[in-house]
Design a protein around this ligand. Structure first.
Ligand code: HSE
Length: 308
């Protein structure tokens, strides 16, 4: 195989109680990439459509992630990458992660899979660094693996795939404003009070238990964030109104998707998800800020080949 076309999905990171360690994979929105072998060594980004991103390999997240993967392999050929972006940068649904995950997934496939998908997360994280200034895997892990993923530990990287109920739906309202992850990280506190740690870890445990046991009430009770949301929510116009409208219309929980500005909600069942999406939409209309809204099932597959 010399060329591959892939789909790299959007993701929701943090999920309120899992800052930097929890994420899920969406199935209705994602980027596409074409990756092909080239007789020139290294990696060359040959095309980017849909976004104004650096084409220079070492400044591009796909380029950096791809280089991290191939640097210890003794290859006498290289790769060309075409990127077709649908996920807007700074949207809070894993735009940079999709590029990083797509690059390492595609190159790994063209090399006949020297690495497992879990091992690829390490390389994809290297791409994340240039987008956000920090190595976090809560978008790249679900993007590659699908479903819910927990980063149990970063040193060494320990990723756990979490089972989730079939009828769980995610809604994402994406306001068309950009929040840079580095800026959203600058407003949060490096130290947290013990009481907040107790509340947050209780909720994280509750959420994981709820996902495993299909306990929707427990999932809902656990979707709370006392550590990050209070400091970030003022960056997002009408955040409280949108969140409250989701909860009042039956969402299990709602919060900031990743570093924002997207706002997510989780629901049981498609009908409820549509109702909640409508309520969130109505609530955001008065801002006069353009937005789009997606209702998605949990994507259990993650990054995948669409043509080879
Ligand atoms: N966990 C990260 C953050 C996700 O919230 O800053 C952003 O990509």
């Amino acid at each position: 195989m010399n060329e591959i076309k892939i789909f790299c999905p959007a993701t929701i990171a943090n999920l309120n109680c899992g800052f930097d360690i929890l994420g899920l994979c969406l199935d209705v929105i994602g980027d596409e990439m074409i990756i092909r072998k080239s007789s020139n060594k290294g990696i060359k980004i040959t095309k980017i459509e849909g976004a104004n991103l650096p084409i220079e390999t070492k400044k591009n997240v796909a380029g950096v992630a791809g280089l991290a993967l191939i640097e210890n392999l003794d290859l006498d050929f290289g790769f060309e990458i075409e990127i077709y972006k649908n996920i807007k940068a700074g949207s809070g649904i894993g735009s940079s992660s999709a590029s990083a995950a797509g690059a390492v997934y595609g190159i790994n496939e063209l090399l006949d899979r020297p690495f497992t998908k879990i091992e690829l997360v390490y390389f994809a994280m290297k791409g994340e660094v240039i987008a956000s200034g920090s190595e976090h895997a809560d978008n790249v892990a679900p993007c590659l693996l699908g479903g819910f993923t927990l980063i149990r530990g970063y040193n060494p990287l320990d990723i756990v795939e979490i089972k989730s109920p079939n009828s769980l739906y995610a809604i994402v309202l994406h306001p068309h404003i950009e929040i840079k992850t580095a800026d959203a990280r600058a407003v949060i506190q490096p130290m947290i009070p013990l009481q907040s740690a107790i509340t947050q870890t209780g909720n994280l445990g509750g959420l994981i238990a709820g996902l495993y046991t299909n306990d929707y009430d427990l999932i809902g009770r656990s979707l709370t964030d006392v550590i990050v949301e209070p400091f970030r929510k003022h960056l997002i116009p009408h955040f409280d109104d949108v969140k409250n409208s989701a909860l009042q219309n039956g969402a299990l929980g709602s919060g900031i998707s990743g570093a924002g500005p997207s706002i997510f909600a989780l629901c049981k069942g498609k009908e409820k998800a549509k109702k909640v999406a409508n309520a969130m939409k109505k609530s955001f209309l008065s801002t006069n800020i353009k937005f789009d809204i997606h209702v998605s099932q949990i994507n259990s597959e993650g990054t995948k080949t669409i043509m080879n």
